[in-house]
Write a protein that binds this ligand. Structure first.
Ligand code: 5GP
Ligand code: ZN
Length: 114
C-alpha cells in the first residue's frame, strides 16, 4: 500500500535497522524502544490488522511465528525470554495499520501491561 509506513520500510523507501529478513517477513528495531530488545516482526504483504487474517494468509502468519525462535536467537533473548505482542484497535492501541508483532525482551517485563 503506497501510503503505509511499514510498506515503505519493507520496500526500503524508509530506512530501518533490519535484524532479519527473507522473502516473506521482515524484522526491524522499533524507533522508540520500550525495552533493551524491541523489534517489530511483520509480513512483507500488507495485512492491516489481526482481524484481516484470512485462511490464505494464515500460513504466512504461522510462518512468521515459526521464525520468532530464529529472530530471538539473533537478538540474544531466546533463553532469557521475550514477549510477543500484536496490538489491535482503539483499546489495543494499534497505531500503524500494517500487522506487526512487537518482540520485546532484555529485561523483566511486568504483567499485565498498562
Ligand atoms: P503499534 O502501536 O501500531 O502496535 O506500534 C507501532 C510501533 O511502530 C511503535 O512502537 C512505534 O514506535 C513504531 N514506529 C513508528 N514509526 C516508526 C518508524 O518510522 N520506524 C520504526 N522502526 N518504528 C516505528
Ligand atoms: Zn503496509
Amino acid at each position: 500500500m503506497s501510503d503505509c509506513l511499514f510498506c515503505k520500510i519493507v520496500s526500503g523507501e524508509i530506512p530501518s535497522d533490519i535484524v532479519y529478513q527473507d522473502d516473506k517477513i521482515i524484522a526491524f528495531k522499533d524507533i522508540q524502544p520500550q525495552a533493551p530488545v524491541h523489534v517489530l516482526v511483520l509480513p512483507r504483504e500488507h495485512i492491516p490488522t489481526v482481524m484481516n487474517i484470512t485462511e490464505e494468509s494464515s500460513n504466512l502468519i504461522g510462518y512468521l511465528h515459526l521464525k520468532v525462535k530464529e529472530i530471538a536467537e539473533i537478538l540474544g533473548v531466546a533463553e532469557s525470554g521475550l514477549r510477543l505482542v500484536c496490538n489491535y484497535g482503539k483499546d489495543g492501541d494499534q497505531i500503524v495499520q500494517h500487522i506487526h508483532f512487537h518482540l520485546m525482551g532484555g529485561r523483566p517485563l511486568t504483567w499485565p501491561p498498562g
